[in-house]
Design a protein around this ligand. Structure first.
Ligand SMILES: CC(C)(COP(=O)(O)OP(=O)(O)OC[C@H]1O[C@@H](n2cnc3c(N)ncnc32)[C@H](O)[C@@H]1O)[C@@H](O)C(=O)NCCC(=O)NCCS
Ligand SMILES: Nc1ncnc2c1ncn2[C@@H]1O[C@H](COP(=O)(O)OP(=O)(O)OP(=O)(O)O)[C@@H](O)[C@H]1O
Length: 223
């Protein structure tokens, strides 16, 4: 059910990473990363979620929000002074220079916070969920990479329904991300999310059992 690259040698542990076992999880917009991480969390695994961290680094009073307000003006804020995320979404995904500006501001802040959260994690392994794992070369932080995969037409349909965004906006977000083929080529394990949530959950449980066997033994050997 879960596709795993068993034929190839076990990926080498990168020399520049922490002693924590980090399983990267990625997928395009609307592919089901949150659905998969919810299940890993229910199994007791620590989740480091780039989308959540991206929210933390722009909270009221943060350096991130101050710089965004200086750049886009006060019109980018809601009445209570917090970020108008829908307005910023429209802004950056319709203008590649603005998107690049925002990425350059936020990605170093997001990376720093994620590294701290990895260092603080206590489960046998942790899940690092990052939409732009492949694009941002973050697989260097990971022992393995899971790709949550479904056809692009499904990503589009699910993201439009969830966000109430137009087809054109979701398509422009998808166009700014790696292609399905590029992402799949970076995968050690693939979760097929083209069917029901139950089918997705079963695959998460199978991977969790495999990682728990493998990495609890590793942790005991290294302690
Ligand atoms: C533009 C913002 C404010 C829109 O917020 P919104 O609440 O509408 O969306 P959310 O943050 O939940 O992102 C939804 C999805 O959009 C995609 N996405 C978000 N940012 C980017 C980006 N810079 N490039 C490509 N895809 C992106 C991802 O698939 C993500 O899961 C927000 O996405 C943002 O701050 N983006 C820049 C930070 C970033 O790169 N985040 C992605 C994690 S590294
Ligand atoms: N197998 C499935 N069947 C039906 N709906 C699903 C399935 N998997 C996910 N969804 C729904 O599709 C939408 C997108 O899923 P989810 O939020 O998990 O994707 P994501 O990869 O985290 O998206 P993003 O990159 O935008 O954060 C959600 O509304 C979710 O409930």
């Amino acid at each position: 059910m879960v596709a795993t690259k068993t034929a190839q040698a076990e990926p080498k542990r990168p020399s520049n990473k922490s002693d924590k076992v980090v399983i990267g999880l990625t997928g395009g917009i609307g592919s089901g990363k949150s659905a998969a991480t919810n299940k890993f969390a229910a199994l007791g695994i620590d989740i480091i979620d780039a989308d959540e961290v991206a929210r933390e680094v722009v909270t009221l009073g943060s350096e991130g929000l101050t710089k965004i307000t200086e750049h886009f003006g006060h019109a980018i804020l809601l009445e209570d002074g917090t970020l108008n995320r829908a307005a910023l979404r429209e802004c950056v995904f319709n203008n590649s220079e603005e998107k690049q500006w925002l990425n350059q501001l936020l990605h170093p802040l997001i990376r720093k916070t994620m590294l701290q959260q990895i260092a603080d994690s206590t489960s046998h392994y942790c899940i690092l969920s990052v939409p732009l794992l492949v694009e941002g070369n973050l697989s260097e932080l990971c022992d393995r990479v899971i790709v949550v995969d479904c056809p692009e037409s499904m990503q589009l349909e699910r993201a439009m329904q969830r966000d109430g965004s137009t087809k054109q906006l979701i398509e422009s977000i998808m166009a700014s991300q790696a292609t399905r083929k590029e992402r799949l080529s970076a995968a050690d394990d693939v979760i097929d999310n083209s069917k029901t949530i139950e089918f997705l959950n079963k695959q998460v449980i199978a991977l969790h059992n495999e990682y728990s066997r493998k990495y609890s033994a590793n942790n005991e050997n290294s302690s």
